[in-house]
Design a protein around this ligand. Sequence first.
Ligand code: AMP
Ligand code: GLY
Length: 421
Amino acid sequence: MSRARILVIGGGSREHALASALREHDLFIAPGNAGTAALGTNVAVAPTAIAEIVALAERERVDLVVVGPEAPLTLGLVDALEAKGIRAFGPSRAAARLEGSKVFMKQLLKRHGIPTAAFEVFDDPDAAKAYVRAAARPLVVKADGLCAGKGVVVAANVDEALEAIDRMMVARDLGDAGRVVVIEEILPGEEASFHVVCDGTRAIPLVAAQDHKRVFDGDAGPNTGGMGAYAPAPVVTKAIHDEVMRAIVAPTLRAMTEEGSPFRGVLFVGLMIDAGTPRVLEFNVRFGDPETTVLVPMLDGDWFSVLDGAARGDLSGVKAATKPGAALAVVMAAEHYPRTPKTGDRIDGLDAPLPEGTFVFHAGTKVEGADVVTAGGRILTVGARAATLAQARDAAYAAVSRIAWRGEHHRSDIGHRALRA
Ligand code: AMP
Ligand code: GLY
């Protein structure tokens, strides 16, 4: 198809990056941000408003819907679109359970012998507490359902685990998502973000990336949605890559097909790699953010063919390789993020010309009169692709230094694991 009509769902730097990769096409973005407004038409519809999105896709006669975030996937957006004959990139509601239910995911991995942390499932808080007391060691407590990154507590001791159980299962801080919990062993090692684009049976691996979840330098402070990313991640050696494809991706796709819910879309395997062995920490059924901002410039191929091939259920003949060099991206966040970010501050420096290879992807931004102002927690993801990771880092931070607003903060050590090695 030469020029397609594409609707991108979401409004983060992930969606701006995907939209930029699809900029040759006619784009609608719901809801989008100030960055996507320059590439297509933003439509003020929430990603979880399933009926409205289906109506929008019909009204605009879109050829392909690309779903960014997990929530609409677990609500069945792709099923609803396909019921109307509209092609969509992303898993069905049943396949989205790989992210939407930790119990489903863990039990599937266990049944198929796919490496992951040993675990138990509890729907009774007293039984969960008894288990934690008897174990008398650090454990991870995970709410079964989706909770926007707040459902995992890596408990350093028994008291922290008991407190997490009380919060999730008794006080129901996370609503229904915490009715059932998974309690699992803590895995040592180094994390990596491994994305594969899938058509049900085939899988195209993208370059391995690494995120930085803690808000401050040196991996200190509370968890966030991610403060920066880079690729390739050297912790994923060729041998690890092959092992992930053989021992994790292939059996997971086979298992999902056997379960009657073949996986189409992108499977983001959250890996923990220890002593040469990769294990699954979690699955996400959508692209990582900020990982996508480095995956997009590193792909040697046509993003439309990749996304559309997966959505059609046929990636045969789709060519996608990884470009040489490296990419690195830094998240610029609003004051007080990740707690209660301050919004409405004017962003300066967005008009500066961008050197070759540099990119500025918007997340929580909006246009207000002649200004672009902050409208979320993570505001911009700014980065570069270059011949080496050190050059990409220098170019990324040079671009960061030209942009400012009141209270802005970012990490200054993105890529440290690879750059210090
Ligand atoms: P999630 O919300 O599932 O992405 O988990 C958040 C973070 O918790 C992960 O990125 C890891 O850093 C950490 N985590 C989750 N499970 C484990 C585990 N079994 N062992 C060690 N760390 C874990
Ligand atoms: N950056 C991690 C995620 O998207 O879940």
